[in-house]
Design a protein around this ligand. Structure first.
Ligand code: NI
Length: 204
């Protein structure tokens, strides 16, 4: 046994470097999904908007002040995801006691204003819940709201002039002050939606 520590061999240095690199990679893999979760909590998610509801009335965020807004973006021609999510939103709303319902507005905002006219929105939202507010607007109005909420939406051409719209699927809950409060993924169950709403109502 020597008192002098041996200088690190190149092999040892390489092994340490590989070890450090592996740890960095593992940390990145562990952190990236969390960053994705945290990202929507930034101060710039959502913002004031002016759109047109399913009765043709111009509405803005100020009209919903004092209530939580549960917002989902999609389009009425969506074959599966939107109807499923809105069905869950309607079920969640129905499961809330009237006192909680009075403090919540479920809102569906179209990503497809060209086809989702006021009349189209009226027929669509009424099929889910009388409480559901359907919002559309001019392409510019809608585009600016999509940008504020960082919603991804892209047309995919189909046959005969029909098209689908690929879009992100997130349920945003905006606080009574109109600012971002929480979000759920679009596949959240009614139970999960109810829990998130109740939690926010308890703290507001
Ligand atoms: Ni959809």
């Amino acid at each position: 046994m020597s008192d002098n520590p041996r200088p690190l061999s190149m092999k040892t240095i390489a092994a340490i470097a590989a070890g450090v690199a592996a740890v960095v990679v593992v940390l990145m893999i562990a952190l990236v999904p969390r960053l994705a979760e945290v990202a929507p909590e930034g101060p710039s998610i959502g913002g004031p908007f002016t759109l047109v509801d399913q009765t043709g009335r111009t509405v803005s965020t100020a009209d919903f002040r004092g209530k939580l807004m549960l917002i989902y973006f999609g389009y009425t021609f969506c074959p599966d995801v939107c109807p499923t999510t809105l069905g869950n939103v309607a079920q969640a709303y129905d499961q809330l006691p009237p006192a909680d319902q009075a403090q919540l507005v479920p809102i569906f905002i179209t990503v497809d204003p060209e086809r989702d006219t006021v009349d189209q929105m009226a027929q669509y939202v009424d099929a889910f819940s009388p409480a559901l507010v359907g919002l559309t607007g001019s392409p510019d109005q809608v585009a600016s709201v999509l940008k504020e909420f960082r919603v991804y939406a892209r047309k995919a051409d189909g046959k005969d002039g029909n098209y689908s719209v690929d879009h992100s699927s997130i349920l945003y809950i905006m606080g009574k002050d109109g600012k971002y409060a929480a979000h759920l993924t679009g596949d959240a169950t009614p139970k999960e939606i109810v829990a998130a709403v109740k939690k926010l109502l308890a703290s507001s």
